[in-house]
Design a protein around this ligand. Structure first.
Ligand SMILES: [Fe+2]
Ligand SMILES: [Fe+2]
Length: 158
């Protein structure tokens, strides 16, 4: 299975170094899963990624949501909704993984099913990541940068 490595692009930059660094960690997680799929180890890695993705969500989403709230970003509500969709995506695949694994152990499924699930999981995570960061997080980063730059100008002007 050929999985394209995801590179950090201009499209994903948010104008906020802290957010960009944290987003790069999510990309690293996606690439780790992509490489495992290529080696036929997608299912085992997917199982580990569920927990990593949820702990990433707890850490990064909280940071970003607090930032958006602090600067009253107009897109803050949409950011919250899409973060919740990410958590639901992980929960959905975790359930599907458990069901497929149970079937496999009972001799009713096959490891091919689990590998195929890992491919779908990877694709949906990649889609969520690009659609979210390039649209919502980008606006948060640009908004926060603009507000903080204005405040710096005001301080300099005094
Ligand atoms: Fe976000
Ligand atoms: Fe983010």
């Amino acid at each position: 299975m050929e999985i394209t490595r995801i590179e950090w692009t201009e499209e994903l930059k948010t104008s906020h170094a802290g957010l960009d660094n944290q987003h790069k960690e999510l990309l690293a997680m996606l690439n780790e899963l992509g490489e495992a799929i290529q080696q036929g180890q997608g299912a085992a890695t997917m199982k580990r990624i569920f927990a990593c993705a949820l702990s990433y969500a707890d850490w990064h989403f909280r940071y970003e949501e607090e930032l958006a709230a602090k600067y009253q970003c107009p897109i803050a509500e949409r950011n919250l909704r899409e973060h919740e969709a990410f958590r639901q995506l992980i929960a959905k695949f975790e359930q599907e993984y458990k069901a497929a694994r149970t079937a496999e152990l009972a001799g009713q499924g096959s490891s091919d099913t689990l590998e195929a699930l890992a491919v779908t999981f990877h694709k949906q995570l990649v889609d969520w990541t690009f659609n979210h960061i390039a649209v919502v997080d980008k606006q948060i980063g640009e908004y926060v940068s603009a507000v903080t730059a204005d405040k710096a100008k005001a301080v300099t002007a005094c």
